[in-house]
Design a protein around this ligand. Structure first.
Ligand code: RIB
Length: 297
């Protein structure tokens, strides 16, 4: 099976701050680090480090060589990444607090220049039984997911960042990995006092043919489909940077599923991978290898 990860590539500018900035404040950062990131790139790296054959598609502009190097050194094929002129590469401004939490401002840049022609040409190289992995940091994901579904590819969707324009994409997805805030927005319900089992149940009612993974931060995660429900606890570690924890979870969970493991095993694999990632700084550079995760298991 080949995995096409079609998504964002970002330069992450990480400002280490004493607290998150508030309205009207000028705040001195303690330091600045630059990392390769973007939900698409991070998930490609996680899928490849977990052991799959991965092709990344997307678009970059200026100053993106180190992003392509990061993908290639993880073993990801970058032939389908468009190298555009006169446009900025996608980037983020991330505030990172001492306890590893973050706030992110996202600038799409080249990530928002995906064309239907690029999608059609890329999909010519994939067929029934291959997988497409997408998030919401590039344009045209509704068209992309529809074309992949028509080719009988397995579509995995991480609806992040969530907005109402991507609701139709949920119907094209076989696997949906989302957090509680995204679930509440999709369900259009106040779910603050609801249990994870209730939320996962509501998602399955609306999407009976999909397999749902609801991530719950320090409370772990829950998997639900027509036949199975299973819970996975979060693995307790001292976090230094939670950026890309979700992307690591997504990549390792899907890799477990695509290699034929049970949802329970895949959730455990993913939880251990993301527990390692949060103990290291940065997005893509923090993602562990398959062997590191297997040793922890
Ligand atoms: O999920 C983490 C990623 O979100 C960061 O690497 C940043 O680029 C944003 O896209």
């Amino acid at each position: 099976m080949k995995v096409l990860s079609f998504g964002s590539l970002n330069i992450d500018y990480v400002y280490n701050v004493p607290h998150f900035i508030v309205r009207g404040e000028t705040l001195a950062a303690k330091s600045l680090d630059t990392y390769s990131g973007g939900k698409g790139l991070n998930q490609s790296v996680a899928l490849a480090r977990a052991g799959l054959e991965v092709f990344h598609a997307g678009a970059v502009g200026e100053g993106a060589k180190f992003l392509l190097d990061e993908l290639e050194s993880a073993g990801v094929n970058t032939d389908f990444v468009a190298k555009l002129e006169n446009i900025r590469t996608g980037h983020t401004i991330i505030q990172r607090s001492d306890d590893g939490d973050n706030c992110i401002i996202l600038y799409g840049g080249a990530n928002q220049s995906i064309t239907r022609e690029q999608i059609n040409k890329t999909l010519e190289n994939f067929s029934s039984g291959d997988a497409l992995v997408i998030q919401n940091e590039i344009n045209e994901i509704e068209y992309l997911s529809k074309c992949a579904k028509e080719k009988n590819m397995i579509v995995a969707f991480n609806p992040s960042p969530m907005d109402s324009s991507i609701i139709p994409v949920f119907n094209n997805a076989d696997y949906i990995l989302l957090n509680e805030i995204e679930a509440g927005q999709f369900l259009n319900q106040d779910i603050t006092s609801k249990t994870p089992e209730y939320i996962a149940g509501e998602l399955c009612k609306k999407l009976p043919d999909s397999k749902i993974v609801l991530t719950l931060g320090v409370n772990g995660s829950i998997y639900k489909d027509k036949n199975i429900t299973c819970r996975q606890d979060a693995i307790r570690v001292k976090a230094v940077d939670t950026t890309a924890a979700g992307d690591t979870f997504t990549g390792f969970f899907l890799s477990g599923i695509f290699e034929g493991r049970s949802p329970e095993w895949a959730m455990k694999f993913a939880a251990n991978a993301s527990a390692i990632a949060v103990t290291r700084p940065g997005a893509a550079p923090s993602i562990p290898s398959r062997n590191e995760v297997l040793e922890k298991l």
